[in-house]
Structure formats: C-alpha cells, structure tokens
Design a protein around this ligand. Sequence first.
Ligand code: GRF
Length: 214
Amino acid sequence: MSSVETTESPAVPGLCVLISGRGSNFLALSDAILDGRLRARIACVVSNREDAQGLIHARERGIATAVVPHKGLTRSEHALRLLDVITPHAPALVCLAGYMRLLAPEFIRAFPNRILNIHPSLLPAFTGLDAQKQALEYGVRVTGCTVHLVDEELDHGPVVAQAAVTVQDADDEASLAARILAQEHKLYAEAVEKLLHHPWEIRGRRVIFSNPSH
Ligand code: GRF
C-alpha cells in the first residue's frame, strides 16, 4: 500500500479544519501528517469565506474543501449548514484554525469535547482579537499560544497545550506574532496527535493524559 493510501484509510482518524483566512495552521497540520508526526488525515477544510487563502492550499494538496458563507444567516442557521457539511465526514476532531466566527451552541454540542481551537496567547490572558497587540500593550514579558477545547464561551474551554514565547524589547506586533505563529505550528500538531492517540480525560477544567510519557 502506498503512503497516500495509508493516510486516506478510514482507520486513520479524520480531521475537519475550519479556517477563515491564511490557513498556515491548517498547512502545519497537513505538513505534520505528511511527515509522519501526526497520525491523522484531513477529511475536509471548511471556510466561511470563499476568498480564504487556505482553501487554495487545500485544493493544491488534493484535500476536499467546502465554503459555508455566514452572511445573512443567524448563528444557528449557519451552524446547521456547517453540520450538514461536516457530519458526513464523521471527524474524530474538528480543528479551528483561524476561524473567525463564534460557533453556535448547536454546533458545539454536536461534537462534545471534540472541537479544538488555537489562540495566540497564554489563555486566559488576552482573549478575542489581536491577542499579540493586547500582550504588547499590557507589557507582559512572556506570552505564547494555547490549544484548547472549545466550549460555548469565547477562548474559554479546557487547555490542552501551551507554549511560551518571550517578548523582546524590540518587538512590534508583527515580529511577536511571527514568533508565536512558529510555536503555534508545532503545538497544534503535537496536541492533536496526543489527543487522538493517547487516553485522556477532563477533570474539572484540566485535560489529563493518563500516559503522558508516550
Ligand atoms: C493564528 O494566530 C491563530 O492562533 C488565530 O488566528 C491565526 C490564524 O492564522 N486563531 P492562520 O490562518 O492559521 O495562518
């Protein structure tokens, strides 16, 4: 069997990746799959914006894509359309990667503790937009990125993994965001690999891996 057939086998857990723009975190997940760091396959990349750059990269890699525009729809109506597209793929995990819309409870409840997000700060600091700018304005010396499970509140669910990035005196928003992004690309693939292939449970707000050394 070729390696392509292996990664497309239904036995390999599928991911649906939701994007709104550039899609570098999606590409990092795809790269990790291609070089064997992440045992998964990307079943579908879905965007609410048809001009999302990441869709072009997905198509170039032969990955199925879908556009589910949100304009003119309530959050619930949009969630139902998303579910129509995503449910048939039966994803093991839904990965938000620069997806710029709040998901309706209907969507979140359809995949309990199976939706992940990556955020460019050490949560709970600096939720929402422009987290890197917020970190610079606050004057923290250390910021970073967080992979977390998605619940019904913005940037709020249990933390799966975090990576710290030191703020340098010469940093502006662009330089800090670039160093955080490099960490995001590593962290997301590692977190997804761990969640898919190692037993874990949630205790309170803590995601506990029962076999952390593996
Ligand atoms: C990343 O910084 C991610 O943490 C945030 O949105 C940005 C998306 O970048 N949620 P990309 O589209 O993955 O390049």
